[in-house]
Structures are given as structure tokens and as C-alpha cells.
Write a protein of this length. Sequence first.
Length: 379
Amino acid sequence: MKQVYFDSAATTQIRSEIVEKMTTVMQECYGNASSTHSYGRSSKSMVENARKTVAKQLNCSASEIIFTSGGTEADNLALRSSVRDLGVKTIITSRIEHHAVIYTVNQLEREYGITVKFVDLDEEGQIDYTHLEALLQSPKKKLVSLMHVNNEIGNILDIKRVGELCKANNALFHSDTVQSVGHYELDLQDISIDFLAVSAHKFHGPKGVGFAFVRKNSGIKPLIFGGEQERGARAGTEAVHNIVGLEEALKISYANLTEERAYITSLKKYFIKSIIEAFPEASFNGSSANFEKSTYTLVNVCLPIAPEKAPILLFQLDLKGIACSKGSACQSGSAKGSHVLSQILCYEDMQKPSLRFSFCKYNTTTEIDYVVDVLKDFM
């Protein structure tokens, strides 16, 4: 059976050269990075070199990079510590954030009684910057949490503009950049941002590792206690092989960014063209068909399929070897549907199947043709 993977927004295929590098580290550099003997020092050196590589790519200080288990932990570190340690009383966010942000903010509201405000969205799910500026007028200590690239509909936030608004209104700024780091260049000296979250497995690196950028002298304290790792910011023995894997993935992604972005963009254009030709009544959710307002890595399409067929579409695609998704992989067990689409689609369109197809360097136009043919047969 043909196998087609169009779910890179959920996780990416790890590059073979990274597997080789990680295997070597696991076999030859197995010392605990906190140990003072030569084995430990060798591992520690790898961790610190990786930290410098990440910092150089983002144009920040190595001391501002904290390795974590992934984006979810990095989001929690920034949000929880801002409330607990920095005195944040109001969090301004949107209703289409990743659940790593929404659920954390909801929990902080219950625990600390903070005020949560949601910025208005237009019909495509784009942020209303005028409303955001109005929300920032609150005299209370504030934090804005808005993701750079939406993981379901691909909308791109004007992250520099939001940073300037936050700076002008004395607010902290946190952004989940899980879908953008490795795919877009970020200069943290040019962007007024205090915290961001990153996961290696979104740019062909290993799962279980990521990092938080925390602006120096922020004053936040750790979430996890038990050791002095990560300069006291995050206890736990470092997974050196994963950290080295993240470093390699980041280096390779940015070294090949121009070439790979052009290729993946061409795939997305071909996919949209093919869908429109096959299904003239199809529509694209959010700004995902707009190449100026959305990421080049994914598209979210609402298909004109009869309601009675909609529940089994994803299952039928899977039977044909096609991997895509209805939304975030983190909510795949939920029967509630996409919380993102519920904010921008009418009731009628919510009854139709919407699928997210996300692309990477390993995909081809032949695979797109196969997917379109399978969809036509299902209709």
C-alpha cells in the first residue's frame, strides 16, 4: 500500500544525519553532564556548544536558552513563572492558541485568580491589533501570549508589531514559536519578546526536547526542582543526545532554509491548485491559502462532502495510507472538534470535514496527485 505522510505540523521525519549523530553521542558520550570527571565534562561541553549554536541562530545570549522536554514545558515555564514570580495579574491571549497555552492560562486563572482577556479575531482568525492595543491599556501587570504561526490554520502573527505594542504598554510578551522556529528566521535583538517556546521535532529533530528563550534578568524561577542543571532553571539530567540532535536539526534547517522553503512552497501551491480543480466548492480555512498571511508549510481545507460521510473520511484516508489530521495532534482523542475552527467557521461549515495537510522536504507532487485521486473516489 502506498504511504503518504502529510502531517508534518504534528511531527516531522527526523533527518538521517541527525539519527547518526545522536547514535554516536549515545554510544560514545554517555557521561552525566553534571559530573566533574572527563566523561561528564565531555557531555557538558556538548550541551553548552548546542546552547551557543541555538543562541547564535536566534541572535541572543546563550544564558537565555533553557533546554526543556519540548514546547509544552517551555510554554508552562513562561506562563506559570510570569504569574507566580513576576506578579502578572492579566494575561491577554486568543481563543485559537495551542492548548499548551489555553489550558495553562485556564489553570492559572483557577489557581491565582488572574484576569484572562481574549483579543478579537477577524473571519480568517487574524488578530485584531487595534483591539489588542486597547486591551493593553490595563494598569495591571500584563503578559501577552500569542503564537507566531498557528498550528491548525497556519496564520502568521506580526510578531514584531506585537512586541512593539507590548513594549510601549509595559507588558511582557510570550510567543509559542513551535511551528515557526526552523522554518522562519527570528532575530531576538530585533523583536521585543520576553519568552518563546520551541520543539525540535517540528524541524526534523528528535522528540522529547526543545527549549525556552527567557530574556535575561527576567526573574523567573524553575518549575522543576531537584538539581542545578540549566543554571538552576530546570532540574533533571540533561538528555545530551537529544540536545545535540536539536542543535544539528536547527543548523541543517537554517543552512537549507532558502532551498527547502521554495520547494515546500511549490508543493503547497500545487496542492491548492489541485484541490480547487478537483473540488470547486472546497474552501480554505483561516488564511491558509494566502501565501502572505500564512505559513508555507500547511493548508487547512474544508471539503464539500456529505455530512454522513464526514465522520469516516480521515479513517478512509488512513486505510489508503494517507496521514493528515483534523487539527492538532495534541487533541486527537477529543470528540469536541477543532477549537480553532469553531472560532472562525459557521455552523454549516463545521459539519463538513476540514483537514489539515502539512508538508515537508520529503513530500512530492506525485503524492499530492494520489491524495486528490483518493479524495475524488471517496466523494
